[in-house]
Each structure stands twice: as C-alpha cells, then as structure tokens.
Write a protein of this length. Sequence first.
Lengths: 148, 148
Amino acid sequence: MERVTESELAAWRSFIKAHARIIERIERDLAEQKKVPLTTYDVLIALFEAPDRKLRLGELTKKVVLTKSGLTRLVDRLEREGLLVREKSEEDRRGAYAVLTNLGEVQLRQAWPIYARGIKQYFAAPLSEDAIRQVEESMAVVYKHNNE
Amino acid sequence: MERVTESELAAWRSFIKAHARIIERIERDLAEQKKVPLTTYDVLIALFEAPDRKLRLGELTKKVVLTKSGLTRLVDRLEREGLLVREKSEEDRRGAYAVLTNLGEVQLRQAWPIYARGIKQYFAAPLSEDAIRQVEESMAVVYKHNNE
DNA sequence: CTAAAATAGTTGCAGGTTCAACAAAATTAA
DNA sequence: TTAATTTTGTTGAACCTGCAACTATTTTAG
C-alpha cells in the first residue's frame, strides 16, 4: 500500500471537519427543540422500518454506531422513556426484540423535520445536484469497501 | 428551505455510515498498536503545526471536536502522560498554553503511519483520483458553509 | 446423547464527555 | 477610577460508552 497523497489527505481532512460540524449543528438543533438525539433517532427509525416494527437487539447493533453493551444501555433508557419495549423472543430464549411503541413513533415523527432541515441546510444546501450524486456514489463505495 | 430529496438523503446516509466505519477501523488499529487515539492525535498535530509548538487552550478547542471543559480534561490527561505541558500565559494571566513536549512529538510520529495507512486503506483506496478531488471539493464547500 | 463451543444479551467498572456554575483576570462603560 | 460585563479556563455532577467477565441458551462435534 502506497503513501497517502496530498490530495487524499486534503479530502480526508475536509471530510472529517465537515462531518463534525454538521453533526454538531444537527444535534444542537434537536436538543434546542427538545427532540430525541441522533443515536436515539437511529434506533427508532431502524425499528420503524423493520417488519412489525421490531428488531432483535443483535440486528439493531448493526444499524447503529454502538457496541452491544452500549445498545443494552440505550435500549434500557428508551424503554424507561417508553419509546420502545423489550419483548422476549419465542424462538430463541436467549434473545429479545426491541419493539417500537406509539410514543416512540410520535417522537420519531417529531424529530424528523428538525433532522431533515439540518441535513438540507448544513449538508445538502451548498452542493449542486451533481455534487450530491458524486458524494453519494463515493461514500457508498467507501462504505461497501469497509463492510467486511 | 425546501424538502430533502431522495438523492440528498441517500448521500447523507452513505456519508454518515462511511464516516462511522472508517473512524471505527482507524481507532481500532491505533488501539491495537498501542498508539494515541484520534482525539489525542488531533491535539498533538495542532500543537505540532503551531508556531513554537504551542497554542492557547481556546485556540485548541477550535481545532478539535471537544467543548472547553472536555479539552481541559484531555489536556489534564495528556499532561499527566507527558505529551504536553501547560504554560501560563504572560500576556493574559487567565489563560494558558499547551506546549508539545518531545515525548508528545515522538508519539505523534509513531501514530502517523498507522493513521495514514487507515486513511489510505479505508477511505482513499476505493476512490479514483477524480472522486477524491470531488470529495475534497464538496466537503470543503460544506465545511466553509458551516463555519459561521 | 453429552460435552464443548458459540451466541445473545446484561452487568460492574472505569474512562471520557458535556452542562452548568464558578473563580480569576481582562475589557468596557459611565 | 470603579463597577459591570466579558472572556479564559477549571470543577463537580451526571451521563454515555466500551471492555471484559458473566449468565443463559443454542449449536456443534464426537
């Protein structure tokens, strides 16, 4: 593997900085409007998109940026807040599902406009349609490349 | 401000996922090789690049993804580990500089090859030169757009 | 069938981060 | 000059996360 080029390093640095800024801003907006933070959003949306709005915890771990113990704790909190419930698995008695509740869905819907505005404003707005397509393409390639 | 398009949302999702994966992997590599983690690296490189290899804590906060209290704690740790020292400011007696030590520079140099390999392998490798240039361009635009 | 190995999820513990309140010093305004 | 305001950095408390060890269950090998 060769050395990192100047151009690659420049791309990396802007990538990192842009990411940090955007996340920071979206997170701040969500907090100001008393909406669920991004990690929670990720869990809720994953459940929302899943069949029966439920997912094994193991599946959930793959969809969010958390270790399994981290997920256990997050699910604990969300269950306490009533956004989801744990449901013991029939087939595999070691396991459990997280199931989205109505309240969870409400909070998901309420957070979305804020989140969406952030994506638009902080991420998409300054880019042309073409640039957006290129970013999507490149990031998808990179993601796949790193997906075992 | 209009609605987020499908294309923008797709770009956003790959962007987020790619970022998470890459950071995860680089961080793991650094830990396995007993090198300093990324946040520490960011502080050390900022100092290394600064005149006299020192920076006011306030300046440092701007260069890393940390609040000022977070930075205070990180600087505490790095000082304990001998990677930098605090130096009281003469001009402004409220403030302090963080000054890179030799050990700090050594650790910085030792971490770089691992970090660089990660950037190359997890980020740059699957992208063409052209794609890299486009990513750099887009991310720079986005960053500037969010830089007040 | 049984013993060993793998898998799902939880827990104690420690580390790292933020928020809000604070102290000290510098700046501004009256 | 003095009092109010702002700025710099630190601190206590709470929160969030990961690691490693653990329990319970399922799967695999012999």
